[in-house]
Design a protein around this ligand. Sequence first.
Ligand code: IDP
Ligand code: MG
Length: 139
Amino acid sequence: MAIENTLSIIKPDATDRNLTGAINSKLEKAGLKIIAQKRLKLSREMAQKFYEVHKDRPFYNDLVDFMISGPVVVQVLSGENAVMLNREVMGATNPSEAKDGTIRKEFALSIEANSVHGSDSLENAKNEISFFFSSIEIV
Ligand code: IDP
Ligand code: MG
């Protein structure tokens, strides 16, 4: 299997509860390497653009409001099969459906405030990584 990079975001509900380290620990224990990371506050325009694929969904405006409600930590995770491995570590979108031991099962507050984002395909991972990071920031 090939080494992949994927984009992860620790969402405002998690930074607010001081869970950055606890989430990073779960990612690292699963074998994902955090090869780039920064904490920032998204502008409305950035959040709208990042979640553009969901712009026709009923939850889009609330999701954008939530994502700009506090700081996020954006990170690049690297490892074998990293895109799908991170999705497994994250757990299902709805925490009530997430498996035991996953980040969302343990930390998410709701289907919206579900603590983490992770790219869902290698192609989206490439686009999402370049949305936040320049190549010199990924080492
Ligand atoms: P994912 O984060 O597991 O990939 P997506 O379907 O891509 O899930 O949705 C993006 C984000 O939108 C979710 O992580 C969650 O924060 C929010 N979201 C998804 N579905 C709902 C919903 O039914 N109600 C409220 N928010 C939702
Ligand atoms: Mg998604």
